[in-house]
Every structure is written in structure tokens, then in C-alpha cells.
Design a protein around this ligand. Structure first.
Ligand code: MSP
Length: 479
């Protein structure tokens, strides 16, 4: 048994969750369930990023005291994660007293690589990021992600000397000691790293008070990304506890927009602390809506709770895990969502289960004694984080079973008494194959897979050990 630590990006709590936020959690959850099924011990972090300008300004705009504001939104995120059927083992809020204290300890340990200087340049509040002149010029002064002009700022800051670690980070990425997936993103990072200046890691309190105070300097708070990135180890108890059981992380899941922070600043912090680098960083794509980026100004932000409630959790997990390729952008439209439910989940899988269970019931078949078998092709995809491909692979088996029933026509065999043994053997084979499919479906659709297993092993309620068609809906709207 090995210990697996996986992490998710901690969202800013300047609003309620949108459907894009679901991706980190779903991907991490699939991997967590898969690793547990392999017998490994899984630690799974999630949390909320609660400092910085963006959040502070929003609370002022709404006239709500900032702590009260972040408390309310953090609760919405926790509720949302729960609704997704995702259960992290640890949840960090960056306003937790332990987190803040540990960040200050971390800061002190970084001091050999920190210097004070002044910054005059650009900042994007949406990204909470200092922007170089080159980028400012390339984007004609407007952040392409937030569609807002960069702000000019001039202030005293502490800097982290990224230059102390550039070569080491580049070597780790090239040798895959720090494995960035997909490969083309690793190449983008290597390019960015070449031009990466030292990074400002504090903000003067004259500009921003809502942050973790820099130890020994009342006039500065930490730049929100320093405090946020530290969450991955403060939640393990660093620096007051030994974290070697779970650090380095097996995998960190992040969206493509924030890979640069995780692949440059974060490794620099870890190297400065003398800690090993995470083994894998998986950078996923974005969920678009009708082919467009979600934005409040376009007015196309989709509420994930509405999507969840329209067809239930299995439909939600099905769509975003199968139709959102792990590494590319994916599109959400209600038409596509409803079609995937009707034509695939309900038609391919739902009908298969109903059909086969009915045929078994007619023959009064006992539940199958079943032991899952290893599937090396599936494991290879899961081990490499190709989750949507692994899901496709399982779905081909679902479709293959439908075809096998159509070809073997057990209902025809049922008309011929002399074919009874052949019929029973055929149904048993089909049911065994379906149980194996359910086993592979577990990380993606855990409740559905468990229901299928209960039906065909004769463990469903009131079945007396027989295979019976499902009494409760396979894809319940309510979870
Ligand atoms: N607070 C930072 C992360 C700090 S991690 C130490 C942040 N927050 S965020 O709320 O903007 O984003 C949280 C996660 O959601 C990130 O992984 C981000 O890439 C992801 N997504 C935000 N919008 C998304 C989509 N439309 N689609 C998929 N993922 C998206 O960045």
C-alpha cells in the first residue's frame, strides 16, 4: 500500500461556484477513487482562497464585512463539493489561523531568497498577477482572460529570487522529476521560465490590508499567491509537523490558467524550503459555454447547481468526465448535455441494465458470484491521467455488451426449451461482463456502479439473492 496525496486548486471566494470549478474536484475525485480501489491510502486536499484585492474589493462593493463575506462564499463551495459526490479528506481555508501562522513560518524560512525592492508596472486584479511590460504590450494593455485594462501600480514590495532556482526548475521539468502533463504545457512553462523575472511576493498595507501579515514588517501583507500556494503543505502541518508521509504530492490538479504559478513560483518556494517538488502537475482545460469563455459581462455564466439539479449527479459526472477531455477545453450547452443524458447514459447504460436484468429475472437467475479482474489497458490510461479516454474505453464495453445482446438474441433462445442451458450460460456471461464494466465505472459514476453491482450480484434490497430489475431509478435526480 502506498500513500497518495492529491491536491486541487483553491478557488477565490469572490462569488458562488460556476461549472468550471467542478473540473478540479471531479478529476481529483476520479483519481482518488481509482487509487483507493488499488489499495492505496489517499489524502485529498481541497479548500478556499480567501485573501487578495479581488475579494476585498467585492466585499466593500457589497457592503459586507470581508470576513463575513468570505465565510458565506466558502460555505457555498463546501456545499458544492459535497453535491458533486466528492469527499476531500482535508479542507483548508486560507483565513484559518493555523494556515496563516504556518505561512508566516514559511516566509521566515524563505528569507535568504527574499529582498526588498520597488515595483513599478502592471497588475491584473482578475488574475491577481503582476504583469510584465512585454505582456502588457502584447495584449495592448488589456487582460485577455478578464477583459479589463491592467492597472498601473508603483509600490515597495518584497521579492522572491526566482533566479536562484530557474535552472533547477527547468532541469526538474525536463527530466520529469516534476512531471507536467500534458507535455505541450510543460514546453510552454519552460519558455515562460526563461523570461521569468523575480516575483513580487508582498503588497504594501497602504494598498491592501486583507492578507497574511509579513512577519517583522507591519507595512506589508503577503501577495495572495504566496499564501495560497502554501496551502498544499500548511494543511499537512508544515512546518511544525513532519510531512514526509504525504509530501511530495502524487499529483496536483490545476486549470491551464494557473499552471504558471504552480510550475514556477511554487517550485521556487519548495526548493527554497528544501522540500521535494510534486511528482505530477495535471493541467486541465477550460469549460466553455456555447464555445465561449464564461464571463459575467457576456452573461453566460452557468450555475452548476442548476445543471446538477436538472438531471441529477450521475448525469453531471457523466458529462463532465466523459465529454470534457482531461487536457483540452470542452464545451457545455444544454442541448449537448441533454443529448448525452438521453442518448448515452439512459440509452446505452440504462437500457442495458434494464434489458439484461429483465431477461435474468425471467429465468429466475441467482446473483453472480463475481471477482473483478485487472484491466491493464484501463489501468494504463488511469495511471497517466487520461480519464476521459478511460471513460471512453469503458463506454465501448457498454456499447459492446448491447451489441452482444442484440447478436445473441437471448429472447429467441428463451422460446426453445432445448436451448435452456445455453440461455442461462449466455445470460450469466453477459451479467458477469456487465459487473466487470461496473467495476471500471466506479471512479466515474460511483453510485450507479454500486447499484449495478447490487442488482447483478443479487445483493439489492428484497432480491433474495436473485437478479431483479432495479426498483429505484439508476440515475436518480436527487442523490
Ligand atoms: N485562487 C486561485 C487558485 C489558487 S491555487 C493555490 C484561482 N482561483 S479560481 O477560482 O480562479 O480558479 C479555481 C480553479 O478553477 C482553477 O483550477 C481554475 O483553472 C479553474 N477554473 C476556473 N474557470 C474554469 C473554467 N471555465 N473551466 C475549467 N476550470 C476553470 O485561480
Amino acid at each position: 500500500m502506498s500513500k497518495v496525496y492529491l491536491t486541487t486548486a483553491i478557488p477565490y471566494v469572490n462569488g458562488a461556484p460556476h461549472i468550471g470549478h467542478a473540473l478540479d474536484y471531479l478529476l481529483a475525485d476520479v483519481y482518488a477513487r481509482y487509487q483507493k480501489s488499488r489499495g492505496n491510502e489517499v489524502k485529498f486536499q481541497a479548500g478556499t482562497d480567501e485573501h487578495g484585492n479581488k475579494i476585498y474589493k467585492k466585499s466593500v462593493e457589497l457592503g459586507i464585512p470581508v470576513k463575513q463575506y468570505v465565510d458565506g462564499n466558502a460555505a457555498k463551495f463546501r456545499e458544492f463539493i459535497d453535491k458533486l459526490g466528492v469527499y476531500p479528506t482535508d479542507f483548508v481555508r486560507t483565513t484559518d489561523a493555523d494556515h496563516e501562522r504556518r505561512c508566516q513560518e514559511i516566509w521566515k524560512k524563505l528569507e535568504d531568497h527574499i529582498y526588498l525592492s520597488s515595483y513599478e508596472g502592471w497588475y491584473c486584479e482578475g488574475c491577481e498577477r503582476f504583469v510584465t511590460d512585454k505582456e502588457h504590450e502584447e495584449n495592448s494593455g488589456i487582460c485577455p482572460d478578464h477583459n479589463k485594462p491592467y492597472e498601473k501600480i508603483k509600490e515597495e514590495n518584497y521579492y522572491l529570487r526566482i533566479s536562484d532556482f530557474k535552472d533547477q526548475i527547468a532541469d526538474a521539468i525536463k527530466s520529469k522529476e516534476l512531471n507536467i502533463i500534458p507535455e505541450f504545457r510543460a514546453n510552454e512553462v519552460l519558455q515562460l521560465l526563461k523570461d521569468s523575472p523575480d516575483v513580487s511576493i508582498s503588497r504594501p498595507t497602504s494598498q491592501l490590508k486583507w492578507g497574511v501579515p509579513v512577519p517583522g514588517d507591519d507595512s506589508q501583507v503577503m501577495y495572495v499567491w504566496i499564501d495560497a500556494l502554501a496551502n498544499y503543505i500548511t494543511i499537512l502541518g508544515y512546518p511544525d509537523q513532519d510531512i514526509s508521509d504525504f509530501w511530495p504530492a502524487s499529483v496536483q490538479f490545476v486549470g491551464k490558467d494557473i499552471l504558471r504559478f504552480h510550475a514556477i513560483i511554487w517550485p521556487a518556494m519548495l526548493l527554497a524550503l528544501g522540500l521535494p517538488l510534486p511528482k505530477n502537475i495535471v493541467s486541465h482545460g477550460f469549460i466553455l459555454v456555447d464555445g465561449q469563455k464564461m464571463s459575467k459581462s457576456i452573461g453566460n455564466v452557468v450555475d452548476p447547481v442548476e445543471v446538477l439539479e436538472s438531471k441529477g449527479l450521475p448525469a453531471f459526472r457523466y458529462y463532465f468526465l466523459r465529454h470534457a477531455d482531461t487536457f483540452s477545453d470542452a464545451d457545455f450547452t444544454w442541448e449537448k448535455y441533454n443529448a448525452a443524458y438521453d442518448n448515452e447514459l439512459a440509452n446505452d447504460l440504462g437500457n442495458l441494465v434494464q434489458r439484461l436484468a429483465n431477461l435474468c429475472k425471467k429465468q429466475d437467475l441467482d446473483g453472480i458470484k463475481f471477482t473483478p479482474v485487472e484491466d491493464p489497458a484501463y489501468n494504463a490510461l488511469m495511471d497517466e491521467f487520461y480519464f476521459s479516454k478511460a471513460f471512453d474505453y469503458v463506454w465501448e464495453k457498454v456499447q459492446g455488451l448491447n451489441k452482444e445482446i442484440d447478436d445473441k438474441k437471448p429472447w429467441e433462445l428463451a422460446k426453445l426449451p432445448e436451448k435452456h442451458d445455453e440461455l442461462v450460460a449466455t445470460l450469466n456471461d453477459l451479467a458477469t461482463s456487465l459487473l466487470q464494466v461496473a467495476e471500471l465505472l466506479k471512479p466515474f459514476l460511483p453510485n450507479v456502479a454500486e447499484a449495478i453491482i447490487a442488482i447483478f450480484t443479487g445483493a439489492a434490497e428484497n432480491s433474495n439473492g436473485k437478479i431483479l430489475p432495479p426498483e429505484i431509478p439508476l440515475f436518480p435526480k436527487e442523490r
